[in-house]
Each structure stands twice: as C-alpha cells, then as structure tokens.
Design a protein around this ligand. Structure first.
Ligand code: UD1
Length: 416
C-alpha cells in the first residue's frame, strides 16, 4: 500500500488522537542499550523508523518485544557494537546508536547513516563532539569505526545546536568517566525527553531543556517504565491540515506545551486555537491569512512543519514568505504543488514566496521525503477532485496511519 487516494474539497471535522513521538522514541530506545537490563517504553508509534530501530537493537543482541502498550527491551546480552549495513543506511536516527553503543561497548562499526534526502546532512558535529570525549574515528570502505578505550567527560561547545549531536553527547556522557559540559546544546523537547528517561534510570544531568547541559558520568543505570510524549509534528500536520482544508478539529493528547510557535503561527494564519487539558482545538479561517515564517531551532518554528504550512498557504488570501533556516533542499514538493495549480516562486535554495490561488486541482503526485509527503496529502485534502499520492513509504516512516487519521476527521482518503 504505497499510495493514497484523496477526494479533496471536504472540510475536516471531528477529533483524532495523536500518536507517540517518533523523534523522542528513537533516542529513548537507543538509550535502553545503556541500561543493561529491562526497560519498558510506552506510547512508541508503530512506524517504519521505530520498526527499524527495533531491528537494529535486536541485531545488537537485545531482546525486544512489542506489546500492546509499548516495547520491552532487555539489553543485558549486548556484547558487540557492529550494526548491519541495511538498517543503518535507511535511517539517519540510527546515528544516535553511535553515542549509546560507544558508551556500552568500546568499539562501534557502522555505515554512514541514511534518512530523508533533505540537504547534505553531514555528521561532522557528532564526530567532533565525541572525539572530545576520547573517541577515535577511522573510515574504512564506507564504514565508520569508532573506538574509545577510556571514554571521558569533556568541555564541548557546539557551533550549531544539532539535535542528533546533542543526543549523542548525552548518551556517551552518562557512561563516561567524569563530567561533560555541553554548551550550545539543542533545546528540542525530544532532548528533554531523553534526559528525563536517563534520569529516571539513575543518571544525573543538569540543565535539561536548556542550551547548557552538565552530564555527570559513570553512574549505574537501572531499567525503568517510561512513557514517550505525543508527537508535536504529527499534531502540527493535522493542525495546519485543518487550516488549509477548512473545518474544525480536536487534536487529542497534542503536546501543547511544546507547540507554542506552532499555535502562534496558526493564529496568525487566522485559525482559532484553544487548548484544554486533553489537547488542542482548532477552527480554520475561511481562507488562511498570509504569513512570514522562518524555521529555526526550538523554540522557533520547526523545520518539520515548513512544508505543511507552505501547502496550506497555497490557498491563502495573499502572499506568504517562507524561509528554511535549518536544511537546504527542503522545497522538494514545489513541482508537485505546481501540478496542482499552486503559485509558488522559489527565490533561492532556502526562500520561497507563496501566492494564494482560488483553488487547487487534484493530481498524481509523488512523496519524496517524509514531511513533504505529508504536506502533499494535505494539499490533496484542499484540492478539488481526486489526488493520488504515491511513494507513501516515506510518509509511513513517521506517521502510523495518516489516511486513517484524516478519515477520522471526515476526509475521503483511501490507501491503495
Ligand atoms: C532532528 C530530527 C529531524 C528535525 C531536525 C531539526 C530526529 C530523528 N530527527 O534531525 O526531524 O528536522 O532534528 O530539528 O530527531 N548538521 C551539521 N553537522 C552535523 C549535524 C547536523 O552540519 O554533524 C546540520 C544539518 O545538516 C542540518 C542542521 O545541522 O542542516 C540540523 O541538523 P540536526 O539538528 O542534527 O538534525 P537531526 O538530528 O538530523
């Protein structure tokens, strides 16, 4: 079922429950390696990237079981740090296994990690940070070998708050001898979740959620029972989906504390957004008001929701300006939106202007990456007539069942 067919032009109505967070589940699952006993991780989404992480953990010697409410991981038998090529090259977040494995085994061999094709996505910050902690890297026939006989604390200053590099320093830091001070750390909620998990296991990390972390290494960790928060990007996709397609929806369990910039943008687009203890309620405007957004590290507007705002603004009441501040090459949906009758002008690799048109028309389009693919589904909901989105395997990397979720909201969507 690699395609989705959408009969567009129907306003959304109803409520949908938001799945667990992909970007929080992955580093927490990687962190179970450090515990050396059993952990139970609740609310992990059933998505392709989590399945890949489960396979990776199994290949490393963990006993992993999906249960109704979560995943149990027993990492007591892990001895070696060699990761199979197919699993690593398909998923960039396998990179956070690097910090965890170097903490657990003193030698790691892995391929250069994969992930979505958005920009170059180098790993220099990961390598720089871990080398400060005593890790030595060598490259051999495309694979990366990391060795650390005496992993130690260090003073590290990241020139850019990379989420993945911050997670790797935390994972290695809790196992290192001595303290690690990390300046310029990413402040994304998923980093905070990873720190919370590790602290529940017995680690001691100061400054969690801030740009300066102090990780006190060398403490014994214990298994725990932990619940991953809901996915702020999935919630944001459905929120902007409603603003684009019209109607009013309730996003049950949306993590509103993590979505201030998102809700503020939705308000500027003319949406009425209210929160309750159970989630977020959104009422769409007749047509979105134009906005100016620049994607930034958290707490700024998230790059992972840039494409879906762009899609919603194709029917806006004027001209919007969107600047991608995190990745290059993150406007890969423009050709497909053009086929649907949108009017988007790309000024350069990082900036576009979107002139709202009266209507979009359904078309055959292709998902080429995760978030752009979800934005094409949203464009299909907004369009008149039928839209056929192929390449949905990219979307299933991060959304459990985007078709089912939009059907809950009254949309006419079928997986084919
Ligand atoms: C994570 C998220 C992804 C989100 C991104 C930014 C996960 C699994 N993925 O990705 O959904 O879009 O944060 O919020 O959590 N960079 C370097 N060198 C490095 C590392 C990164 O130059 O060593 C650059 C990247 O090319 C990119 C920017 O830094 O331009 C942000 O990358 P980073 O924050 O590391 O994103 P990820 O952890 O890969």
């Amino acid at each position: 079922m690699d395609s989705i067919r959408i009969q567009g032009g129907i306003a959304l109505q109803g409520k949908v429950r938001i799945q667990g967070s992909k970007n929080a589940s992955l580093p927490v699952l990687a962190a179970t390696l450090l515990v050396g006993e059993s952990s139970f991780i609740r609310n992990c989404p059933r998505i392709a990237d989590v399945h890949s992480m489960v396979s990776l953990l199994k290949s490393l010697g963990c006993s992993v079981r999906w249960q109704e409410r979560g995943i149990s991981v027993d990492s007591s038998q892990v001895r070696r740090g060699e990761m199979p090529r197919e699993a690593v090259t398909g998923m960039r977040s396998s990179l956070c296994l690097l910090g965890a494995l170097i903490g657990r085994c003193s030698e790691v061999v892995m391929e250069h990690p994969g992930g979505c094709v958005i920009g170059e996505r180098p790993i220099d910050l990961h390598l720089y940070a871990l080398s400060q902690m005593g890790v030595e890297f060598t490259e051999d026939a495309g694979s990366l070998k990391a060795e650390a006989s005496g992993l130690h604390g260090a003073y590290i200053c990241l020139p850019f708050p990379s989420v993945g590099a911050t997670e790797n320093v935390i994972l290695a830091g809790v196992m290192a001898e001595g303290d690690t001070v990390l300046e310029g750390a990413a402040r994304e909620p998923e980093v905070l979740t990873l720190c919370r998990f590790l602290c529940e296991c017995g680690a001691y990390i100061e400054g969690a959620g801030s740009g300066r972390l102090v990780i006190h290494g060398g403490r014994r960790l214990f298994g725990t029972d932990f619940t991953v928060p809901s996915d702020r990007i999935v919630a944001g996709t459905y929120l902007f989906g409603c603003i684009g397609a019209g109607g009013c929806v309730f996003l049950e369990q949306a993590p509103k504390e993590e979505m201030a910039a998102v809700m503020e943008t939705a308000g500027r687009m003319g949406g009425r957004v209210c929160t309750s203890p159970e989630g977020i309620y959104v009422q769409a405007p007749e047509r979105p008001s134009p906005v100016r957004i620049v994607t930034e590290p958290y707490p700024g507007f998230p790059t992972d929701l840039q494409s879906v705002v762009l899609a919603a603004e194709t029917l806006g009441r004027g001209c919007s300006y969107i600047e991608e501040g995190i990745f290059e090459n993150r406007f890969r949906i423009l050709e497909d939106l053009d086929r649907m009758g949108a009017s988007v002008c790309q000024r350069d690799a990082r900036r576009v202007t979107v002139r709202g048109v009266e209507a979009l028309r359904g078309a055959c389009v292709t998902a080429r990456e995760l978030r752009g693919g979800a934005a094409l589904v949203v464009a299909g909901l907004m369009a008149e007539g039928e839209t056929f989105v192929s390449g949905c395997r990219f979307i299933y990397r991060g959304y459990e069942n985007i078709g089912r979720d939009f059907r809950e909201l009254g949309a006419r969507v079928t997986s084919v």
